[in-house]
Ligand binder design. Structure first.
Ligand code: LLP
Length: 410
């Protein structure tokens, strides 16, 4: 953990709670681990910015030499603010409008389309242009059915049986297919799942002999539960290298670039979410620890039944006896949103909490702030970065009451 108990209390005093706090050091380490996944020079890491689009984090990721994916014009806009050039941005689109396509085309940003009808739409508005196509390799993986993005039950990608139609549309509009991409799903901890997906995918790539790149997707997991082991990146890298070298032996364009697009792996572990304990009560035999972290602040537990490690930090920390009192109990940890489903953790064994204590939620850097909302007219939290010197810096202000009203016509 990169924050001491004293820092937790001083940061929450200064910036309030809920508060996302990120470690620059861990962020940089994760970027480097991904960059070193393959020894190959023709290997490129695109950070999938949907996991966390804080401007300052994006600037660090850029400094580390990663490129980025975008899922929307909004992500493109923020990425350009962070200094990414057009050629460093890959727009992996899904069901976008012609206007959204034009937004990227006008900025010279490559788009990947994921249906025949979107390919047709692209051809109509940018005949002769460069394009990428997302394929569904037929089998997905992920921590929850909602995040499995390949296989028979997902809206994403073009089926390989439709390759002839893809070729027809490309010919019809004189398009140049420069790359193909896939993403099988999010959060796998077993390297075999990824390798399986890559093996099916390269069969599709062989159908297109002059691609400049193939993008084999993201989804690299991090251990959220204490008993989960880390993804074996060493092994994954070695196996991947074998598969891709085998592919290259048969593939005509020897200069082809291999891309991956990790989101979670880059940012999950560099972020914690800090909250306050506002109430503790017993109701019909259940102990409820009431916090200010509703599902408007961290949606993952409610949306996917996701597990996050959490810890109570006792007030008056330091040498205080209270903090050393390790009494533990089983409690249900809840937020402050007016819905009974607003549960961060059910029946969790945790240090006995009192009003005024703090709650730390670990691995909150990915799909945390980006999925937050103003539900119940709650203010989205502030974000703070702990830089390499250990100094804290505000990198996003908390919403204000006025910001809740800013879009109403005056
Ligand atoms: N590329 C594409 C096309 C994707 O759809 C995704 C994530 C990624 C890359 C990055 O995946 P990652 O490396 O982060 O697993 N909100 C969910 C995760 C949804 C991910 C969907 N796609 C969660 O909190 O677990």
């Amino acid at each position: 953990m990169f924050l001491s108990n004293d820092m937790i209390f001083s940061l929450t005093k200064k910036y309030g709670t809920p508060l996302y706090v990120y470690s620059e050091q861990i962020l940089r380490e994760r970027c480097r681990e991904m960059k070193n996944l393959l020894p190959n020079k023709s290997f490129k890491v695109n950070y999938s910015a949907k996991a966390n689009t804080n401007l300052e984090l994006l600037k660090i990721i850029k400094e580390e030499g990663l490129d980025v994916d975008a899922m929307s014009p909004g992500e493109i806009y923020i990425e350009q603010l962070a200094g990414f050039e057009s050629k460093q941005i890959f727009f992996i689109s899904n069901n976008i409008s012609a206007e959204e396509m034009r937004f990227a085309i006008d900025r010279d940003i490559l788009i990947s389309v994921d249906s025949l009808s979107q390919l047709e739409m692209y051809g109509q508005i940018n005949s002769g242009g460069k394009i990428a196509v997302r394929f569904n390799p037929g089998k997905g993986a992920g921590h929850h059915e909602k995040v499995i993005t390949a296989g028979k039950k997902t809206k994403f990608g073009v089926q390989k049986e439709q390759i002839p139609q893809v070729k027809d549309i490309i010919r019809k509009y004189n398009l140049k297919l420069v790359g193909i991409n896939q993403h099988i799903g999010s959060l796998f901890l077993d390297w075999r799942d990824y390798i399986d997906g890559v093996c099916s995918f390269i069969e599709i790539a062989k159908e297109f002999p002059d691609l400049s790149f193939i993008d084999i997707g993201g989804g690299f997991g991090v251990p959220y539960k204490p008993d989960e082991s880390r993804l074996d990146l060493n092994r994954l890298g070695k196996e991947l290298d074998i598969v891709l070298k085998g592919f290259l032996e048969e593939y005509p364009n020897k200069d082809i670039i291999f891309k991956i697009e990790p989101g979670r792996y880059i940012v999950a572990e560099c972020g914690v979410l800090l909250g306050s304990i506002n109430s503790v009560k017993n109701s019909f035999g259940t102990t409820y620890v009431g916090t200010d972290i509703g599902f408007n602040v961290l949606a993952r537990p409610v949306m996917y039944d996701s597990y996050h490690e959490m810890e109570i930090v006792k007030r008056n920390t330091g040498n205080d006896d209270k903090n050393n009192n390790d009494t533990r109990l089983t409690a249900t940890i809840v937020g402050n949103i007016c819905e009974s489903g607003d549960i961060l953790a059910r029946d969790r064994e945790i240090k006995a909490a009192d009003v005024g204590d703090k709650l730390v939620i670990f691995n909150a850097g990915a799909y945390g702030y980006v999925m937050s909302s103003n539900y119940n007219c709650r203010l989205r939290p502030a974000e703070v970065l702990i830089d390499l010197n250990g100094e804290a810096r505000l990198i996003r202000k908390r919403d204000t009451l006025e910001s809740l009203a800013q879009n109403f016509p005056t």
